[in-house]
Design a protein around this ligand. Structure first.
Ligand code: ADP
Length: 432
């Protein structure tokens, strides 16, 4: 334990040092000379200590500072303690980094830590295996120089990591990899997962639905063909038969619609090229949809108010857009109590083409809203079936919109009505 030298002790020491000097000086008759010599040797001693400290700081490799003397003792000792405290902290941090790396090695995914400029700070063994990186050889290299894929470079530069990126393995194997980027502080953590099996299962599911729907088409066509042949004129007007015939025809139509919608969904799950976009005359398309709704609306007598910009055209896929627009209009007609009020809007809003269907129906409870675009999800199964709904309409709309870089917004208040809307990027607009 070293002594802390306070102001008083220092003063005492100076007094003890200079008092005998002054006395001897007085005795020999040269007090100033002795005081001068005493001060000079004190200064020399202090400079010596200063030199030792500076020499240790700059030239010595020893971890501990030299032994301090006199009033310098506490300074050397303070530095000694500071050194030890820093070493403990450093060891603690090194232990923390080691534990983090061991943790990251235990993760079943490839992990790479990058600087903001995409240079590699660290990667685990799986990253070496899955991406063919070399460690520590590739430390400091830019990841987009090592994974040479335009999609990867574009994804990393876009700086929007909300959606993960799927990419074929850069090693040329059959693997499909999913890249997730998590920015934190000044670095990025990239987690790469092998999703080959998941993709395969998804493909099997898609193929299965597409094949079943396709295979069901032929028997359905045959059955509905025969049902049409056996219409009321060719068959005796038997009560039971007449009812059965009607039900069979109706269910056959429903099944046909269901199969067609499943086929549309399957088709939309495939990739779409933006080059396939064409100029769509939306006002005319809406006019044709509204003509179709007239028969539906004869009994219901809903008031349909239109706010349509006749000059607003857009680029997109016409059949897909037709089903997105018509699903919302038909739903409003089907699901609001008669006679209701429907407002259809197609115009520029906030510089973007905007479509909305407002209704004053019963509205939808909040717990259903998030699930409406799920396949076969219906708020009221019985009612939906009665209207001939398959539960696929909004799922199709959602797919169409995502293929046009848009999404469906649903705002609804129970007892007041709903608004289903979407807008497209201003780049898709064509105004006449
Ligand atoms: P469906 O083919 O059954 O109409 P959709 O996917 O088009 O399937 O719609 C899903 C469900 O959303 C419907 O069953 C209905 O319960 C609800 N829904 C859709 N539009 C409206 C609306 N305008 N008002 C109230 N409910 C609606």
């Amino acid at each position: 334990m070293f002594r802390v030298i306070n102001k008083r002790t220092l003063m005492q020491r100076l007094f003890i040092y200079f008092l005998p000097l002054s006395l001897i000086g007085v005795l020999i008759g040269a007090p100033f000379l002795l005081l001068f010599l005493g001060t000079a040797s004190l200064l020399f001693w202090h400079y010596k200590q200063l030199y030792r400290l500076s020499d240790w700081l700059h030239n010595q490799k020893s971890f501990n500072p030299p032994e301090g003397e006199g009033s310098w003792e506490q300074i050397f000792d303070g530095i000694y303690r500071l050194q030890h405290r820093h070493r403990d902290k450093r060891n603690e941090l090194a232990g923390l980094i080691k534990r983090f790396r061991e943790g990251a090695e235990a993760v079943p995914d490839a992990v790479i830590v990058l600087q903001k400029d995409l240079s590699i700070v660290w990667c685990n063994k799986l990253a070496v295996h899955v991406l063919g990186l070399e460690w520590p050889g590739d430390s400091g290299q830019r990841l987009d120089n090592l994974i040479r894929h335009p999609k990867f470079a574009h994804y990393m530069q876009a700086n929007d990591y909300y959606e993960p990126l799927e990419l074929d393995s850069p090693l040329g194997t059959e693997q499909m990899l999913e890249f997730r980027v998590m920015p934190y502080e000044t670095q990025l953590m990239v987690v790469v997962r092998d999703v080959t099996e998941l993709k395969m299962l998804e493909q099997i599911r898609k193929d299965f639905v597409a094949n079943v729907s396709h295979e069901l088409r032929t028997p359905l066509t045959v059955i509905s063909g025969y049902l049409e042949m056996m219409d009321a004129e060719s068959m005796p007007p038997l009560g039971v038969w007449g009812k059965a015939h009607g039900t069979m025809s109706e269910q056959c139509q429903r099944m046909n619609a269901l199969v067609n919608q499943l086929l549309i969904l399957s088709r939309m799950e495939g990739p779409r090229k933006t080059e396939q976009d064409e100029l769509v005359d939306v006002p005319n398309m809406l006019k044709l949809i509204l003509i179709q709704t007239e028969t539906l609306n004869i009994d219901k007598k809903h008031v349909i108010e239109l706010d349509i910009d006749q000059k607003l055209f857009m680029f997109g896929k016409v059949e897909e857009l037709r089903s997105a627009f018509s699903n919302l209009i038909f739903n409003a007609i089907h699901y609001i109590p008669e006679p209701g009020h429907i407002r259809i809007v197609w115009k520029i809003k906030d510089a973007e083409p905007y479509f909305a269907v407002y209704d004053n129906g019963d509205g939808i409870a909040p717990e259903h809203i998030g699930r409406l675009t799920e396949r076969f999800y219906r708020v009221d199964q019985a009612r939906s079936r009665k209207t001939g709904g398959s539960g696929l309409g909004l799922a199709i709309t959602k797919h169409v919109l995502s293929r046009h870089e848009s999404h469906l917004d649903i705002v609804s208040k129970v007892g007041q009505g709903s608004c289903f809307s979407f807008s497209f990027s201003s780049e898709r607009v064509k105004k006449f």
